[in-house]
Design a protein. Sequence first.
Length: 546
Amino acid sequence: MNENAVQEWTRRVGLPEAVGSVPELLELMAERYPSKRFLADHHGDAVTYAEALQRTKCLAEGFAGLGVGRGDVVVLYMGNSVDMVMSMLALGRLGAAGAPINTEYKGDLLTYVVNDTRARIALVDSDLLPVFVSPRNSFQHLSSAAGGTIVVRGELAESTDDFVSFEQVSSAVPREGLVATDPSTLFMVNYTSGTTGPSKGVLFPNGQVLTFAHDWTKCMGSTSNDVLYSPMPLFHTLGFVLGVISTLLKGGTMQLDRRFSASQYWTRSIECGATIGHAVFSMIPFLLKQPPSEFDRAHSIRRIWTGPSGYAKDFYQRFGVQIYEVHGQSEIGVAAYPVDWDQVPEGSCGQPNLDRFELRIVDNFEAPVGPNTPGELLVRPREPHTTMLGYLGKPEKTAEVFANLWHHTGDQMFVNEDGWYFFVDRAKDMIRRRSQNISAYDIELVINKHPAVMEVAAIAVPSEHQDDEIKVCIVVDPEGQFDFHEFIDFCRDALPRAMVPRYVELVDAIPKTANEKLAKYKLKEYGILGMTGKTFDVEGDHYVAG
C-alpha cells in the first residue's frame, strides 16, 4: 500500500493517527512524547518512548544479523518484561512476526506449538531454558541439527553457534530506516487458548492490531494521562494488543506485573498510580471474595477490562470501579461493548461495534433469528485488514471459521429489543437437559456467589436418559466449611430446577488456558467421561464409581 492508500485506510477505520503499522506508530509517539515513560516491569526496568525506539532499533539490527527478515516468525518463550515488548516491536521493524508462547507449555505441547510456527529462531528467558530445550530434538526447525538458534535472555555460560546471548543481540549498532510495512503486513502470531482442543496460531496483521487496540481505548475512554496496570501475560492478546499497543496508541503508560494476585492487585495498582486495570472473568470473583481491606478504595483505578456484568453492581459498590463486559475474540477484535456503562442491563456485553463490523445471530441453518432468541453470533468486517489473516498453516480451519463469508464465533448469544447483546455460552459448552438448552455460564455465575465457593466450572456429563446431566467442579475456601447438602439447597433456591446440578466434585484447582479461561474439555477427560470416585451424586446421595 502506498502512503495515500494507508492514510485513506486509517481514515475509514477511524484511527486517531495516520499510521498503518505498529513500527510507524512507535516512531510517531517517540517524536511526540520522547521523555515520557512508556513501559515498566516488575524487574525495575523502564523505558521512555524515545528509549523504547532506540532499544527496538538496536534489537532489530541484532535480529537481522541472525538472518531474521520480512515474513519470518520468531518464537518468544518469555515472562513479562520490557525486553519482551522491545523484542516484539523490533521484529515488527523488520517486517517479521513475533510468536509469544505460553510459558506453561512444555514437552509435547511446547513441541507442537514451536513446530507449528516453523520458526528457526527463538528468544528464551534463561530461567525457562531447561524446559524449552528439553524436547528440542523434536523441534523441526529449531533443533541444533536443523540449524536453529536460541537467543537467551539472562545468564548464558558462553555463546555458541546455536545459543546466542540477548545482550549480544540488543547491543547491535542500529541502522536508521524501517522495512516497509502497512496494515496488511503480518505483525504477530498469537495462539488461541485452546479451550476445546489444540491451540491455533492466529495471524495478526498490523491493521488488526491497531484497530483492535483502538476499539479498546474507545470503550475504556483512555487518554495519554492514563496508567494501565496489567498482570496479564504478554502471550495473551489482552496483555499485548490491548495493553502494550493500546497504551502506545494513546501515548500513555503501562505497568507490567509478573502474574495476577487477588490479595495484592490493589496495592500493586496503587504503587504504580494506575487509573485503568486489566483482569479477566475468573479474576473478578476472586477479587470480590478477598477480605475487606483499607486498599479497596485507596486506589485510582476507574475501569477494568474485562469482567462479567452480572458482578458489575457489587464490584462498583465495593471498589468504586466499573468492570466492562464485552464480546471479543482474537480472530476479529471487539464485536460488542458497552457504549454507556450506566445504561448496561445486567448480563449484557454491550451493543454492536457497528463502526467495525456487521453482526448477525443465526440458527443452525444460519438463518437470522429474532430478538431474545439464542443463536450463534456471526461477524464480518466492514473494512480490510481489521481481522486475522487466518490460522497459521491451517487453511481448512480458516475456511471453516469463515464459512459463507462470516466469521463463526462459536458463541451462543441473543439480542433484546433495545439492541443489547447477551452472551449465553460457548456453543460447545451448552448443556442439554430435560429438553432444555442450559447455559453453563449462567450456572457458574450463580454458584460463584456461594460463600464457600472460590471457583466453579459446570460441564455436561452422560445421563441414563438421552440428554445430559450437569456436573459442577468447585474449588472451596480451605478455611471455610462445605456441606454438599447445604450447597445443593443453595442451588435449589437460586437456580431453576433444570439447572440444579446432579453431580458435584471438589477439586484443588480448575484447569485453565493461558488467558485464565476454564479449560472444560480437560474436566471431561477426568475418570470415565468426567466422572470419578470423588464425584458426589446428589440424587443418589453417594459418591459414584469413576
